[in-house]
Write a protein that binds this ligand. Structure first.
Ligand SMILES: [Zn+2]
Ligand SMILES: [Zn+2]
Ligand SMILES: [Zn+2]
Ligand SMILES: [Zn+2]
Length: 796
């Protein structure tokens, strides 16, 4: 997903292999500037460029009226079956394929408003009605929509506006002359009249305003030299660790250390986007990230606003659509398919230079050329320790800091992240340079060069100029932008930060919400990038929209370095797997967890707890390829291969059970899961993660049946295993306890629910802070339980 699609990677690899050895050698040794200069001539229009444009045809980011029709009809079908949530998404798909201002798009919005009304999203429904009206909704259909508007306003308690909307409908009907088709409308109208009258005569008691509860804001003392960081951190530099952050005072768990808005972020398209083949009739109705989150602010979408130019970009509001257009999307819009084909890293690189602006990009690119000569850049410094910045001058000499010694979340800081140009394989650099050149050539061909260079205001953007440069040679300005993009693509391998959220999974109609972490976007966070990696980090990172928050997950004494985990955590992988994964960042991890596992005989948490047991005496099995029972009296031995095979079979069975649950065959799902458990006990150790997973699934099935006690019993066992694997104060533990709290809450197990809420609150507030939605939900549950009538409390 981060890299280009496989076919393009292969195409670049073939070109690389066919290059003359001398050219390959020159490319391998070239600076970024020279790599780009050489790369420009190596993308041949009739070969690589043509292959790339063939690949782009699969990505389908343009508007297709036939697709719009298909999605709208699918939406109507599901609406008829009362599957309103799915209908909303299909109408959104349909709207994204319609041209703005055409009557069809207004029909999409109007239909979507109906589904939203059924879902009880009245405010959003009103927005869609307004959109339908502004996009020229057909006059003859208007009364129906206006009635819905009145209905919505009524539900929201806005009586005067509801009455006004009603009179508008009435005069509209009167003007058109009453026709038979309006009979049902008239009936509805009189019903609404009665409802309004009733509401007026017996006003509801004023609801307690919940919003005015002022939550105390967290104590936050700003750091004067690092933007977004707390004053308890300092920025240091040494040759071994590079730039890094250190605690300058004792830090408590849960303490806020850093809050940073991404300099740039690009939504990851999600899995099924490019998997479909390019048959002309069937459109994909599967939902991906691209349909679920705003392409600018990453907020969850309910009724998306489509881009005016493409079917791919969708926004939470007209404002996000306008700002995105102004800042970068007017340039990206027509390149949608190319950017999907070349992957998220290339897309982030382009958006980074667009956000920075040509003036700043060219200033820093030129500065980097001087720097190359003066051996001033950080990598050179690492090889020449005598030139390391003088620590006595504070942060002033540290790369990325401005003249006042401040490190800010700016383009300068992004530019100074290490590209590790000399450590990437020459072949990989070649793929990156070809991709970047392809983007710039397409920008030039589409007449977007002036937009890229910020030389024209957006109003002139309706008609891009046609290509003025028939030779196909990139202009010097575009070459500067391309060089910066190449640097960013290379930087991303080490510095890309994934923005993740906990996404609801499964059927979604249960009372218990199952969530799993999902990668939403790829971003540059120049301040967060200062943190080095550890496989047992002392912080926890969470995201709200495009902002990252780092909190201490344990006490950090003054002087200790602040770490976060780039992915390979000691609880998820053995040391060998971790080191393998970390090699992409060009370093060997020397964190405490790695040292312990490598140097002593301390077994990894993972291998200890994902172990097998003897089929005959249940003692633990030991060994590598051939496992032997640890009980000497028992001579049983089994090959690891055959055990792995049994694990895979078991996973298949579990998957089938979950499919049964999705088809609402809960009883069969339970039977199947219980059978899986029986099988598993014969060869998996009781602490094996899969044992926990099965308990978790059983809890889920019982919860859908409303059998809360059974659900709680199974979940408690799953929690024991999660605790063993991830530790008692891990975020994973917090999520499990949250689920248990929901189950106990639903089952009116008041005292148990209250103590579980307490535990979940303690853990989750360390990871997400006291104001997070998780904590708010827990507090609402608590309030609700405490307000229950005594009669119920006494029963439990
Ligand atoms: Zn948005
Ligand atoms: Zn667009
Ligand atoms: Zn490590
Ligand atoms: Zn045995």
């Amino acid at each position: 997903m981060a890299l280009p699609v496989e076919e393009w990677r292969l195409c670049a690899a073939r070109r690389w292999a066919a290059l003359e050895p001398a050219v390959r050698e020159r490319l391998a040794a070239a600076s970024l500037h020279d790599t780009l200069r050489l790369g420009c001539g190596l993308l041949r229009p009739e070969a690589e460029a043509a292959a790339l444009s063939r690949l782009c045809r699969r990505a389908r980011a343009g508007k297709e009226p036939a697709a719009a029709r298909f999605y709208r009809e699918e939406g109507n079908r599901l609406f008829g079956r009362r599957r309103y949530g799915a209908a909303v998404r299909l109408y959104s798909q349909a709207a994204s394929h319609e041209l703005p201002g055409c009557p069809e798009v207004s029909v999409c919005f109007a239909n979507r408003s109906a589904a939203l009304f059924h879902l009880g999203h009245f405010e959003v429904c009103l927005e869609d009605i307004a959109r339908a009206e502004s996009h020229g909704y057909p006059d003859r259909l208007l009364p129906k929509v206006l009635l819905r508007k009145a209905d919505c306003l009524l539900c929201l308690g806005r009586l005067q506006e509801a009455a006004d909307a009603l009179s508008a409908v009435e005069s509209k009907i009167a003007m058109d002359g009453i026709m038979t088709t309006h009979q049902t409308l008239l009936k509805k109208l009189s019903q609404l009249r009665i409802k309004i009258h009733e509401k007026e005569s017996c006003p509801e008691p004023a609801r307690e305003a919940r919003d005015d509860i002022q939550r105390k804001s967290e104590i936050w003392e700003k750091n004067h030299s690092i933007s977004g960081a707390s004053s308890s951190l300092t920025l240091n530099f040494d040759i071994e660790r590079g730039r890094h952050l250190v605690a300058s005072q004792d830090i408590l768990p849960g303490q806020n250390l850093l809050k940073e808005e991404a300099f740039v972020s690009v939504l990851c398209p999600g899995e099924s986007r490019l998997l479909q083949d390019s048959s002309e009739t069937a459109w994909d109705t599967r939902v991906t990230n691209a349909d679920l989150y705003c392409h600018r602010c990453l907020r969850q979408l309910l009724a998306s606003v489509p881009c005016r130019g493409c079917s791919y970009a969708k926004y939470c509001s007209q404002n996000c659509a306008d700002v995105a257009w102004e800042q970068y999307h007017r340039t990206e819009c027509s390149l949608g398919a190319l950017l999907l084909t070349l992957g998220v890293f290339c897309h982030v690189a382009l958006r980074t230079v667009l956000l920075a602006g040509f003036a700043e990009v060219s200033r820093l690119v030129e500065w980097s050329h001087d720097d190359d000569k003066n051996l001033h850049n950080l990598e050179a410094r690492c090889k020449h320790p005598s030139e390391a910045p003088d620590t006595r001058t504070g942060t002033r000499g540290i790369p990325g800091c401005n003249d006042d010694g401040q490190y800010q979340s700016s383009y300068q800081a992004v530019f100074n992240l290490l590209p590790h140009a000399e450590k990437h394989s020459p072949e990989h650099k070649f793929l990156c340079v070809l991709s970047v050149v392809a983007i710039c050539k397409q920008l030039q061909e589409a007449g977007l060069e002036a937009a890229v260079l910020n030389q024209e205001s957006s109003e002139k953007w309706s008609k891009p100029k046609t290509c003025e440069n028939p030779s196909g040679e990139l202009s010097p300005e575009l070459k500067i932008m391309a060089e910066a993009m190449l640097r960013h693509v290379l930087q991303l391998q080490c510095n890309a930060q994934a923005i993740t959220v906990m996404q609801e999974s499964g059927s979604g109609d249960g009372a218990v919400v199952n969530k799993k972490p999902v990668r939403l976007a790829t971003a540059f966070f120049p301040v967060l990038s200062l943190l080095n990696h550890s496989c047992c980090p002392n912080t926890s990172v969470s995201f709200t929209g495009t902002a990252a928050t780092v909190r201490a997950s344990q006490p950090i004494p003054s002087g200790q370095e602040i770490f976060h985990c780039y992915g390979p955590h000691r609880c998820r992988m053995r040391v060998a797997e971790r080191q393998q994964l970390l090699s992409q960042y060009f370093f060997e991890c020397h964190c405490q967890a790695c040292l312990d596992e490598l140097e002593s005989d301390v077994k990894s948490v993972v291998s200890m707890r994902n172990s097998f047991c003897c089929p005959s005496c249940w003692a633990s099995m030991q060994g590598e390829d051939m496992l032997r029972c640890s009980n000497e009296a028992c001579a049983i031995s089994v090959s690891r291969e055959s055990l792995s095979c049994r694990v895979r079979d078991l996973q298949q069975q579990i998957k089938k059970a979950l499919e049964l649950l999705r088809d609402r065959k809960a009883d069969q799902a339970i039977k199947m899961l219980l059978k899986c458990q029986m099988d598993a006990r014969n060869f998996l150790s009781p602490e094996h993660l899969l044992m926990g997973e099965m308990e978790d699934h059983l809890a889920q099935v019982y919860a859908t049946l409303g059998k809360w006690q059974d659900a709680a019993r199974h979940l408690e066992r799953s929690i024991e295993i999660v605790e063993m694997h991830h530790g008692p104060s891990s975020v994973e533990m917090g999520h499990e306890l949250f689920k248990l709290a929901q189950i106990l809450f639903n089952g009116f197990a008041v005292s148990e629910a209250l103590s579980t809420i307490q535990r979940a609150e303690e853990i989750l507030s360390v990871h997400y802070g006291p104001q997070s939605t998780q904590i708010q939900e827990l507090q609402e549950m608590k309030t609700c339980l405490l307000e229950l009538p005594r009669s119920i409390l006494q029963r439990t």
